[in-house]
Write a protein that binds this ligand. Structure first.
Ligand code: SME
Length: 165
């Protein structure tokens, strides 16, 4: 754990995560470096998660990108699983209990709850940010707000709308 996180509440961690991601994205222009660094920050700052990463749209397939956690499924067809559904429907999906989501793709059997945020580049779907937790009902409204904001910052950076000040 990053030492500065030890005494922070979950609220503070969320606020700090947004700040550190905004700073990182404002200073670096390389997309791959940014995706890898954001995945690592989300994994470090958000508690009780077992997988955080990006799937990137290649044609009509999501292909795994930078992530933290156990090795995961490499390709997910658009429309399949939670990630493929969020991408196809271009909406944030929160799944409190993955065994109840028809078509959920089990990459890590430990995952019980999942949150998927679509990512855009220049207004076009670019991929998704996927966050998995071993705890059912893990993600509340505040987590969804924080991670949706992270997705928006990544989308802006990919579209080169974020610049260092
Ligand atoms: N569970 C996801 C697949 C990706 S992994 O969880 C890393 C899904 O149903 O799309």
């Amino acid at each position: 754990m990053l030492p500065e996180l030890r005494f922070m509440s979950e609220n503070e961690r969320g606020e700090q995560l947004i700040m550190v991601v905004r700073d990182t994205l404002a200073e670096e222009t390389d997309d791959l470096a940014n995706l890898a660094t954001v995945a690592a920050y989300v994994y470090a700052y958000i508690t009780r998660v077992n997988w955080v990463g990006f799937y990137i749209l290649r044609g009509d397939t999501l292909v795994v990108g930078p992530y933290q956690g156990m090795p995961a499924c490499v390709r997910i067809p658009l429309g399949k699983g939670v990630c493929g559904t969020a991408a196809a429907e271009k909406r944030v999906i929160v799944v409190p209990e993955v065994s109840k989501f028809a078509g959920h793709i089990a990459c890590d059997a430990a995952s019980r709850a999942e949150l998927v945020i679509p990512i855009y580049k220049d207004g076009e779907l670019y991929g998704v940010l996927d966050i998995d937790s071993p705890e059912p009902n893990r993600f509340d409204e505040e987590d969804v707000t924080t991670l949706t904001e992270i997705g928006r910052l990544v989308s802006d950076a990919l579209s080169k709308k974020l610049v260092a000040v």
